[in-house]
Design a protein around this ligand. Structure first.
Ligand SMILES: NC(=O)c1ccc[n+]([C@@H]2O[C@H](COP(=O)([O-])OP(=O)(O)OC[C@H]3O[C@@H](n4cnc5c(N)ncnc54)[C@H](OP(=O)(O)O)[C@@H]3O)[C@@H](O)[C@H]2O)c1
Length: 215
């Protein structure tokens, strides 16, 4: 699959590494290609372009930019045209600029409206699927934990897009828990706050969530 990743940070690079490892074609999109020069030299099969280039390239897109600028990045990508009808994995979290309090991050959204819902409302033609927001980038690909495969909580309004993202998550070593439509991002985005607490309090950044079922 052709995967266009909007972003140049640790999440964009970790997921790009994963997609390349699992045989997909990858283009990263950024405003400043020079930021990715070293990574591109180490990954000669990958392409680097603008946000719009990556969006056009994508059969599947990934949104991996700072939450506060996610809408800006989608506008710069020409999402309405270049991502029309395409599945877009939304990795973003609405982290506010204010510092964490006793290890608890602050969000600029509230529990009645997630960032993904805001984005889905503005960019009606794209098919957002929340995923990868509740685990650190170092654990995103082929995670190895004593308790077995961890669970990725996902949600989104489009069943086919979720199915495609679910297959990718399976390839990347995850179990999937589909929490339903976009509103579920109100619950999934704050998992990032929970995930980060042991990091801020004890410098423990290696863990993931697992949903235990009775069957
Ligand atoms: N770090 C993690 O382990 C982790 C884990 C799970 C989820 N997340 C979430 O994943 C997302 C990416 O995180 P990250 O740590 O990789 O990177 P980040 O530092 O949060 O974001 C860097 C990206 O944001 C873009 N950006 C910043 N300001 C912008 C603007 N004004 N307009 C357009 N784009 C702008 C940058 O674009 P340029 O390339 O043009 O500079 C860059 O690609 C975040 O929402 C984060 O909360 C992070």
């Amino acid at each position: 699959m052709k995967v266009g990743i909007l972003g140049s940070g640790n999440v964009a690079k970790a997921l790009a590494d994963g997609f390349l490892k699992h045989g997909h074609e990858v283009m990263l999109g950024t405003r400043t290609a020079a930021k990715l020069a070293e990574w591109a030299a180490q990954n000669p099969k990958a392409r680097v372009g603008s946000f719009a280039d990556a969006a056009k390239f994508a059969e599947l897109a990934v949104l991996a930019v700072k939450g506060a600028n996610a809408a800006d990045a989608l506008r710069a990508a020409g999402a309405a045209a270049n991502l029309a009808g395409k599945p877009v994995i939304d990795t973003t979290n609405p982290i506010a600029d204010a510092p964490p309090v006793n290890g608890v991050l602050k969000f600029f959204t509230n529990l009645d409206e997630s960032l993904m819902e805001r984005l889905q409302r503005e960019f009606t033609g794209i098919r957002l699927v929340k995923a990868f927001n509740s685990v650190g980038n170092a654990c995103m690909i082929d995670p190895k934990f004593k308790g077995g495969r961890p669970t990725m909580f996902i949600c989104g309004d489009d069943e086919a897009a979720k199915g495609m993202v679910g297959k990718i998550l399976g390839q990347f070593g995850w179990e999937i828990a589909d929490m339903g439509q976009a509103e579920a991002a109100r619950a999934i985005e704050p998992l990032c706050m929970l995930w980060c607490i042991p990091g801020f309090l004890r410098n423990d950044w290696v863990h993931a969530f697992k949903l235990l079922n009775s069957n």
